[in-house]
Design a protein around this ligand. Sequence first.
Ligand code: SF4
Length: 700
Amino acid sequence: THLALNDAPWTRSTCAYCGVGCGVLLRNTAHGLEVKGDPDHPANKGRLCSKGSALGETVGLEGRLLAPEIHGRPADWDQALDLVASRFKETIAEHGPDSVAFYVSGQLLTEDYYLVNKLAKGFIGTANIDTNSRLCMASTVAGHKRAFGTDTVPGTYEDLEEADLIVLTGSNLAWCHPVLYQRIMAAKAARPEMKIIVIDPRRTASCDQAELHLALKPGTDVALFNSLLAEIARRNAVDPAFAPNVAGLEEAFGNAEMDDPAVTGLSPEDIARFHDLWIGTQKVVTIFSQGVNQSSSGADKVNAILNCHLATGRIGLPGCGPFSVTGQPNAMGGREVGGLANMLACHLDLENADHRSAVRSFWDAPEMPVAPGLKAVDMFRAIGEGKIKAVWIIHTNPVVSMPDADRVAEALKGCDFVVVSDVTRATDTARLAHVLLPAAGWGEKNGTVTNSDRTISRQRPALPIPGEAREDWRQIAEVGRRMGWPRAFDYEHPAEIFREYAALSHVAARFGRDFDISGFESLSLSDYDALSPTRWPVNETRQGGRFFADGKFFTPDGRARALAVTYRPPAAKTEKRYPLRLNTGRIRDQWHTMTRTGKTARLSAHLGEPFVEIHPEDAAAKGIKSADLVRLTSPTGQGIFRALITEATRKGDVFAPIHWTGETAPSARVDALVASVVDPVSGQPESKAAVVRADRFEAD
Ligand code: SF4
């Protein structure tokens, strides 16, 4: 784990930011933490983006929470942990297990994530544990499960380089997954015939090298991919060898035929060009991300994409397949450990009695919930209604990042008992905590994460844990022990948790599940320390590779499902009072609510203040000039942003980034403008299609 480079020790770890999961080399020196790309990591082969390169500048102790606090006063760990355990126990005794909840994060390492799920689902007996990945990935999980039977990413990063056509759908890969974009650019430089299509209402940096940019109306992706599916049927482009492995194709073709592609607002010529390129190219990878997921029809959008790949057998082969890119560094690990309220660890299903009973007996657990818990939006609603009386929030800032964020703040203010584990007290959520638990941060933690192509990598510590901060798994285990389960939460090292998790995957594999890391069941401590990046599955017969080229899926009959999906417009309608459609997203150099990236001036040099992109005609109609302040008003809230007048945004649409918060820009919390409308299948909020009004703002 330590390399002798330039005569000084370097520690191999993994970047703290996005789901690309780049390997980094870390060295703690007198001048601070040095960081560089790990040339041996398969995700990045030495590359880093601006955020990854600045990791060393964001680990300072300024603003760190260094000791537990109870009601704002310093406390010792025993007092804090005893209080958490006793309040949770009392609440459960009085109101039942579903009166408590956990809201966690894709920032957790797999070991932390596994353990908090074990505590909630196995021992407390509630499935009220959800994660901020609900805001990010839930539609993909639902779409995968509906089509494949499991939440399986079929392909690998190498497929992105081997493809002849890359279709970026609802993904500004150049800014949000920069190293993957760099890999595609390098492949395109070597093979100029490689083509890129971008499907996005906005013209983004990802369009710079694109053959075709389809600036569709927000939320119309199902109609566009249904037009492709109908054209696949019309041209007899269905793969006759693969199609027998797919049930439901005829119904899906029927629905696709009925959707009108004109709702996309695209010209018939552009749509025909898209069909020609997609159907005329064998090696197609369709990459999709938040523009697809964050929608009230997110799961249907995912299935509309998967349908096209399944019908043509473009899946599981080199350079072919649908490919979802994950947002957070361990969003994928969270999916694997059953981090969502409707899942169990190792891709087992909470609602399947056999799966439940296998996990219960493996954990020797007293209680298992039989029904899914509350998904994020419903969870905060239940907190606001007083149905959930105690909540533990770990490494996430829902007061800023949840839709209808003002209501989330009100809900937490009225909650009987709020515990927050974080590295800082300076978040809008931490300020509302009754108990604050100081957590170890990136660079100090020890464990594993999984990236977008199923590669498990180690995060290793290069810095000492400061003050009295503790790793998350240690906090969770301590509370589990104090709540009365000393044996089930008796761990001394994350490797023990990882081994247990690998053994549970052995059980899951017996149910024909895809997630299998049973090859790690007997990993020694030194093997765990030395673990190199490994793509799952990992068992006696197999390591890594692609899924589904053999036509075998994880459904009861082994066949994939084509879903008959139909276009539905975004839930909120534009109207006279709110005539503009608000799209939200990331910018290149910031991460989430800026609690880390905001620490370095270098990253703020790119885009330094909250802004709203607005089309010149919409700006002119309201007398808004470049760099004016603009007030956006939606049915749920309002915010002030700097006007950035640009034709990159469609007339009728505006775009604002998600990063600025109560701390950095109290009046620019964009998620206060987003209504808490969710996809009925995935529970994922519609964060990219709010309705707003824009007015020139003049300070009094
Ligand atoms: Fe980190 Fe993602 Fe950048 Fe890689 S691409 S360095 S994982 S932020």
